[in-house]
Ligand binder design. Structure first.
Ligand SMILES: NC(=O)c1ccc[n+]([C@@H]2O[C@H](COP(=O)([O-])OP(=O)(O)OC[C@H]3O[C@@H](n4cnc5c(N)ncnc54)[C@H](O)[C@@H]3O)[C@@H](O)[C@H]2O)c1
Length: 315
């Protein structure tokens, strides 16, 4: 198959591109490198630097490559940026996605896989509830609103144009190549800081000094598996959750990571962050089988960061 991966210079998209190549597909990556890195794009993939807000450029590249399927990972990915700049969030996440969808229809692309967010779309989930497909969404940030808007548009494109669209609602994804310098991606941030001997900050769930927010951390390999299956037409459902159903507090995460690295963490505390929900846990799609456990995923992630840290001599 010919597969177009947007955001393929980023964390998840580059792993999707790797997996598609490994399965013998022809891959084109489109990315504006605003958050991703050129070196994340696998050698076997074609690469074009492109901002999906540029509709003409998107139409041109899609028409030239004529993909069978599109894996749409490119996005304004930060919840907190979306609260400060909701217009920019919508321009990338809604208008940019519509450029791709229009180009897909024009070029006869049959399948579209969308990276949505179970972590943000369900809103606050009081224990013991879990985010279930079919539960009314309660977006509490502009980022969640823009992802939900695209889910709505996909219903239209399915109905009006017969586009075979799959929505993957990810939980909190972690793993090798995640950017440790952003405002999100707590596993990458904590791993980098622990390896550098620095203190960690646990942002409050409710009050300063508590154990932090509750999240469902899913390893990137499970997210890639869901993407590949969807791209190859092996997920019948139009929308699935990609998570583990396991809840972990930020403090618990810090403790597990420190154990994986073999250090004692120094924990500081920060206030609540704008747009963050307190508790987010998904009811995972059962079709993927048993997810990678948190400790196994953290061990892999630590190995990758360790191999890249100057102290290990691999940089
Ligand atoms: N990481 C998570 O926990 C998580 C959770 C839920 C959903 N998602 C979604 O998964 C997708 C991938 O996220 P990620 O964690 O790999 O983030 P990432 O920042 O590593 O990757 C996003 C990529 O999109 C590119 N990009 C951003 N704006 C662009 C634009 N205007 N034009 C072209 N390219 C652009 C960036 O350069 C980057 O390479 C995103 O759609 C994100 O919203 C991620």
């Amino acid at each position: 198959m010919r597969i177009l991966v947007t955001g393929g210079a980023g964390f998840i998209g580059s792993h999707v591109a790797d997996a598609c190549l490994a399965r013998g597909h022809d891959v084109l990556v489109l990315d504006d490198l605003s958050g991703g890195r050129r070196e994340n794009v696998p050698d076997g993939a074609r690469f074009v630097t492109l901002d999906i807000r540029d509709g003409d450029a998107v139409a041109r590249e899609v028409a030239a490559f004529r993909p069978d399927a599109i894996s749409h990972q490119a996005a304004q990915v930060s919840v907190s940026v979306s609260t400060r700049e909701p217009q920019r969030d919508a321009q990338v996440n809604v208008a940019g996605t519509l450029h791709l969808l229009e180009a897909a229809v024009q070029s006869g692309v049959s399948r579209f896989v969308f990276a949505s967010t179970g972590g943000a779309i369900y809103g606050e989930l009081p224990a013991p509830e879990r985010g279930e497909i079919g539960r009314p969404p309660r977006p509490l940030s502009p980022y969640a609103c823009s992802k939900l808007a695209v889910e709505g548009y996909l219903g239209y494109y399915r109905h009006a144009h017969g586009l075979d669209a799959t929505v993957l609602r990810y939980a909190n994804v972690y793993g090798p190549r995640q950017d440790p310098h952003g405002e999100a991606g707590v596993v990458a941030i904590f791993t980098q800081r622990l390896l550098a001997g620095q203190a960690l900050q646990v942002n409050a769930r409710q009050a300063l000094g508590d154990e932090g927010c509750i999240r469902d951390y899913v390893f990137v390999a499970d997210v890639v598996e869901a993407n590949v299956r969807a791209l190859e037409g092996r997920i019948a459902e139009p929308m699935v959750n990609v998570g583990t159903g396991v809840e972990t507090t930020t403090r618990d995460l810090a403790t597990r990571l420190a154990r994986a690295i073999g250090v004692t963490p120094t924990l500081g505390h920060g206030p609540r962050r704008a747009g963050d929900v307190e508790r987010s846990v998904l009811a995972p799609w059962s079709g993927l089988g048993a997810p990678v456990t948190l400790d196994a995923g953290l061990a892999d992630t630590v190995s990758w960061f360790r191999a890249r840290s100057p102290g290990a001599g691999a940089d």
